[in-house]
Design a protein around this ligand. Structure first.
Ligand code: NAD
Ligand code: ZN
Length: 359
């Protein structure tokens, strides 16, 4: 799979071939690798054994699991640790983990010695279909998520679908939301496939998983290649469901009550229903989106969250979204299943009314 000047390899048990796959990017007999405790415990030894086959040893930087690793504090520790190990610009750091480890490692690589290389080894479904491809890296600050970061492309992505065998079911579902997103926003035939095969994907059927990850990576790579730095608006389509989802995540305090992918899932249902309210999409198609999301065990009704807030409160969270541009918030809406577009004419008061009815 050609990403943007780099390879994205997708398949079961690819980790065993990591040495051969990454050989061109390793210049020394020891590499630095970053993981969190979970990705390290389940898959660290596999990566280490594969690199040992080409005579390379691994030194690990291991973080606590969770969003907290995307912080100034952990970034500082990681950068100091890498510098102590003499990492140079031509070296490649390995990121073994979910989106948190990929974003943290990618950002460290972007700034270390003004930019060194890195290899993504994503171990969550979300990271394989979304965060490991596209070159966005970031950490969080007290002002919000992903506010400090850089565009920095990995040299190689090794997406071993077998690593998902140890992922908790709820994390599988959350990643699947980003899979079905590619169908809803740009590929009606892939949406049909998801309707028929979604349960196989979340149930980790190897063939279905490999197909879903490959299709998703292709879709993301295509969109990113058209608009790498988010200037033309094409890349914004990837945010389908994210503006509504962000409001729900903010209202639930970015907690375990609602994982990011779960917020996106419900956000896509709301985007579809709102598109129907504006007369762009048929009510039948909005219903189809909601059923496909619900069938994957993902939330499809706001009421299920039992929020104690108003539609205006949710709309206010949206106004704090960083996609806000000169006072208006562009919304990704649907003209059809498989045909998303950017609508800059949405009035926040109308969104607030809509959400009040949904609550
Ligand atoms: P995550 O990295 O926190 O992983 C989720 C959980 O799964 C963690 O507890 C982790 O320890 C565990 N885990 C990881 N791999 C495992 C495995 N194989 N087996 C068992 N447990 C495993 O979360 P995520 O959902 O992968 O990523 C979310 C992050 O990605 C967010 O910070 C988000 O901002 C970022 N993101 C970035 C982009 C981008 O373009 N850079 C896109 C989407 C999301
Ligand atoms: Zn997302």
């Amino acid at each position: 799979l050609a990403g943007r000047g780099y390879d994205v390899q997708v398949g079961a048990d690819l980790l065993e071939q990591a040495g051969t796959l990454a050989r061109d990017f390793i210049r020394k007999d020891c590499v630095a690798a970053v993981a969190d405790r979970n990705s390290h415990r389940h898959h660290g030894a596999r990566l280490q054994a594969a690199l040992a086959e080409i005579g390379v040893s691994v030194e690990w930087f291991i973080t606590d699991p969770g969003e907290g690793a995307k912080s100034w504090d952990v970034l500082a520790k990681l950068a100091d640790w890498l510098l102590e190990r003499g990492v140079e610009r031509g070296d490649h750091i390995f990121a073994l983990g979910g989106g948190v480890i990929g974003d943290l490692t990618g950002f460290a690589a972007a700034v270390l010695k003004r930019g060194c290389g890195f290899v993504q080894v994503p171990t969550t479904l979300l990271a394989q279909v979304d965060s490991s491809v596209g070159g966005k890296t970031a950490i969080n600050t007290s002002a919000g998520k992903n506010l400090v970061g850089a565009f920095h492309q990995p040299a190689l992505v090794i997406a071993d679908t077998a690593t998902l065998g140890t992922l908790p079911p709820r994390e599988m579902g959350a990643g699947y939301a980003e899979v079905i997103k590619y169908g809803i926003l740009g590929d009606a035939a892939f949406f049909d496939w998801c309707e028929a095969n979604g349960a196989k994907v979340t149930g980790r059927d190897p063939a279905a998983l490999e197909y879903a990850v490959t299709k998703s990576v292709e879709a993301k790579a295509r969109i990113v290649a058209e608009d790498e730095r988010e200037t033309s608006g094409t890349r914004a389509l990837l945010n389908l469901g994210h503006t509504f989802g962000h409001a729900l995540e903010a209202e639930t305090g970015f907690s375990d009550r609602l994982l990011h992918g779960e917020g996106v899932a419900l956000g896509m249902v709301l985007a579809a229903r709102y598109s129907a309210r504006r007369g762009y999409l048929s009510a039948a198609d909005a219903g189809r989106v909601a059923r496909a999301i619900a069938a994957a065990g993902l939330p499809s009704e706001i009421a299920s969250l039992q929020l104690r807030c108003t539609g205006a409160d949710l709309a206010a969270h949206m106004a704090h979204d960083k996609k806000m541009d000169a006072g208006t918030l562009p919304f990704i809406l649907l003209r059809d299943i498989g045909e998303a577009f950017l609508d800059r004419s949405v009035e926040m008061s109308d969104v607030a009314d809509f959400l009040t009815q949904e609550l």
